[in-house]
Ligand binder design. Structure first.
Ligand SMILES: [Zn+2]
Ligand SMILES: [Zn+2]
Length: 318
């Protein structure tokens, strides 16, 4: 089958073997896939992953043990747990120590004609949600994870650092429950695109009020945490969203002195992502799509996705 394959070099191949479908799994024909910051980090060495890239997709079930799933349009939770450990049994396969993640760790990804996932990972997509919006459910779920991790009253002064894809999605999700969210970034066009509900934007860190209650760090750089620490009030909360291949050094003394809580935050529940999409049909996701490429032009799509002015680049597989 056709696929975007990474073996130290990103290649478009037409002879990649189709992934196996073990019992209880589904074989999915991919319709669209999204290029995410994590994919770009993998090309830079993150996780040492080799294989078919991609974990954000919408597709149609071609084959499944559960006949009611055949032909349904679905999105898929990306963490494949072992199913046996305490994390898996308590509904936290996202933290299974043996988990595999398509296109990131131990399982072929979705930038291909077909992918496979356990049927229990799949969520049917309601007709009201089009393909291009459905591709955003994975990153939206990751933004929703903040709401699960930090109980909010609605009045918290909140700053999101980073005007990339994830930063904007975090600001939007937070704005569904907060009176005011300030997104800080450096790209005028991205900041312009980010205005929705209570989201305000700012292009200079120096202009942002200090002593904020909640800072979400989604800059995709090592420097972001340092900036977050300077903004956060004593006993405030910093949510860390950046995962980068390169380790970095940072002075953590202010975190101790101001008793700041630092919360690592990664994947969320797809059900939350779906719920946000259904509750907010005006969520302006289309503004984030800055490129659409056929799978065959995947390498070009990645070149575009890496350029700073781009937000979400989609691969049209079928
Ligand atoms: Zn992603
Ligand atoms: Zn497990």
């Amino acid at each position: 089958m056709k696929a975007l394959f990474f073996d130290g070099t990103l290649r478009f191949c037409t002879d990649v073997p189709e992934p196996l479908r073990p019992e209880g799994w589904a074989r999915i024909r991919v319709l669209k896939a999204g290029i995410c910051g994590t994919d770009l980090q993998i090309l830079a060495g993150y996780h040492g992953y080799r294989g078919i890239l991609g974990h954000e997709f919408v597709g149609v079930v071609e084959e499944s043990d559960d006949s009611s799933m055949a032909g349904r349009r679905v999105v898929g939770e990306i963490n494949i747990g072992c199913g046996r450990c305490n994390f898996c049994r308590s509904g936290m396969a996202r933290h299974c120590l043996e988990r595999r993640v398509p296109g990131i760790a131990g399982h072929p990804g979705c930038m291909a004609e077909f992918c496979t996932l356990p049927s229990s990972n799949l969520h049917p997509v309601p007709d009201a949600i089009g393909d291009e919006r459905a591709v955003f459910i994975e990153p939206l779920a990751a933004a929703c994870e903040i709401l699960e991790q930090v109980p909010l009253t609605g009045s918290e002064r909140t700053v999101v650092l980073g005007d990339g894809r994830l930063g904007i999605l975090c600001a939007w999700v937070l704005s569904t429950v907060l009176e005011e969210v300030t997104l800080v970034g450096h790209h005028p066009a991205k900041l312009e695109a980010a205005h929705w509900r209570s989201v305000k934007t700012c292009d200079a860190l120096g202009d942002v009020d200090r002593n904020v209650d909640l800072v979400v760090e989604a800059t995709g750089t090592g420097r972001g945490l340092e900036e977050a620490i300077t903004l956060c009030r004593p006993r405030g909360i910093i949510i860390l969203k950046t995962t980068i291949a390169q380790p970095f050094k940072i002075d953590l003394a202010p975190v101790v002195v101001r008793e700041i809580t630092v919360v690592g935050s990664r994947c969320g529940r797809f059900s939350d992502g779906l719920q946000i999409l259904l509750a907010h049909p005006d969520l302006p996701l289309e503004r984030l799509i800055t490129g659409r490429y056929p799978l065959e032009k995947g390498i070009e799509a990645f070149v575009q996705a890496r350029r700073r002015e781009n937000l979400k680049v989609l691969l049209e597989v079928l």
